[in-house]
Design a protein around this ligand. Structure first.
Ligand code: HEC
Length: 307
């Protein structure tokens, strides 16, 4: 696990949170607070939100919808990376729940399809239910936004946050799925468990922490936007293609257009459509990259290929 500066700052915040949590605070949050809403899982099983999914557990909860084309695939891909990082603890002492905000469309069958598409592991449930009850859950979890409208093309910028918490201790935090997966893994894996489970790697001293490199804009964009789904090695199992050699196998104009409007190319470009099939229907998101961003990414990818 990469330990860096932000991790140590967050560790201090973690301590402060630990000191602040009192039993009365915790009690407020428990069954009197959370509704016991009936939901249906992607395996078509009925569950109750509080008693089956939440009570005494450490959980991560977000809201998604399967028709969403840009934001949710990225968010789900990030959580796939987080789940892989946490390994078999997910399903044992950590649980992931993704609840549909488009429940009439997202039937258990559609959610099952989505879960398969992203190759999600055990311990992660996709859930649907009654629209008004799900809206109430979002409000209770502090993840609601006003006037949510989903257009047919799934272009909705919905609330990009998730909540992680330990139901028994009443410690809850709202996080962004774009956060470094190592930091999120440390929060949910260690802090929310009051450091009871051993961390996967401990440094004897901060002198051993890796130094932060000077990084180019292209490398920064790759690390924060692309590395969730891509890598330059065949040994990593990723949701998108291995990018090594991509600047040789594709023409520059094709690559530039792909970075600018993958959503359009996925509708009309035969190469893109063939890749979509090969990659399980996972759609590369349109990041609304500027021309400068695209220049920087092109440079980064060319540098990788010339090494
Ligand atoms: C949510 C996962 C995801 C993210 C994030 C993502 N991609 Fe992709 N990418 C894919 C998938 C999947 C494909 C294959 C086509 C498809 O199914 O959309 C792809 C295809 C590509 C290709 C073409 C590969 C080839 O062999 O022709 C390039 C280049 C690429 N992505 C670059 C990027 C860059 C640069 C970023 C960051 C700005 C990025 N991707 C972010 C999923 C992702």
């Amino acid at each position: 696990m990469k330990i860096n500066k932000s991790l140590s700052i967050l560790a201090i915040c973690g301590f402060i949170l630990l000191l602040n949590s009192s039993p009365t605070f915790a009690a407020k949050w428990r069954e009197n607070y959370f509704p016991n809403t009936e939901l249906t899982t992607h395996n078509n099983t009925k569950v109750n939100f509080y008693s089956d999914l939440l009570r005494d557990k450490v959980v991560l909860i977000n809201f998604i919808f399967t028709r969403c084309q840009n934001v949710c695939p990225m968010e789900t891909a990030r959580l796939v990376a987080l789940q892989r990082k946490l390994g078999d603890r997910v399903g044992k002492d950590i649980f992931f729940y993704s609840i549909s905000i488009d429940p009439e469309y997202d039937t258990p069958e559609r959610l099952n399809e989505y879960a398969k598409q992203y190759q999600i592991g055990p311990g992660w449930l996709f859930l649907t239910g009654k629209k008004d009850e799900i809206d109430e859950l979002r409000t209770k979890l502090g993840l609601s936004i006003d006037d949510l409208v989903i257009s047919d093309d799934g272009q909705l910028d919905h609330n990009l946050s998730l909540i992680i918490g330990n139901e028994a201790t009443g410690r809850w935090m709202k996080r962004s799925p774009y956060e470094d997966t190592a930091v999120l893994a440390a929060m949910i894996g260690d802090w929310l468990h009051n450091w009871q489970s051993p961390s996967s790697q401990q440094l004897a001293s901060y002198d051993q922490a890796p130094k932060l490199d000077e990084e180019s804009h292209g490398k920064y964009l790759y690390r924060t936007r692309c590395a969730t789904c891509h890598s330059y090695s065949d040994s990593d199992e990723m949701l998108g293609p291995n990018l090594s050699g991509v600047t040789e196998r594709r023409k520059e104009a094709w690559l530039r257009r792909w970075l600018k409007e993958p959503d359009i190319m996925l509708e009309e470009d035969p190469v893109a459509i063939a890749m979509l099939k090969q990659y399980n229907g996972v759609r590369m998101p349109n990041f609304q990259l500027s021309d400068t961003d695209i220049d920087s990414l092109m440079l980064f990818m060319k540098e990788q290929d010339s090494q």
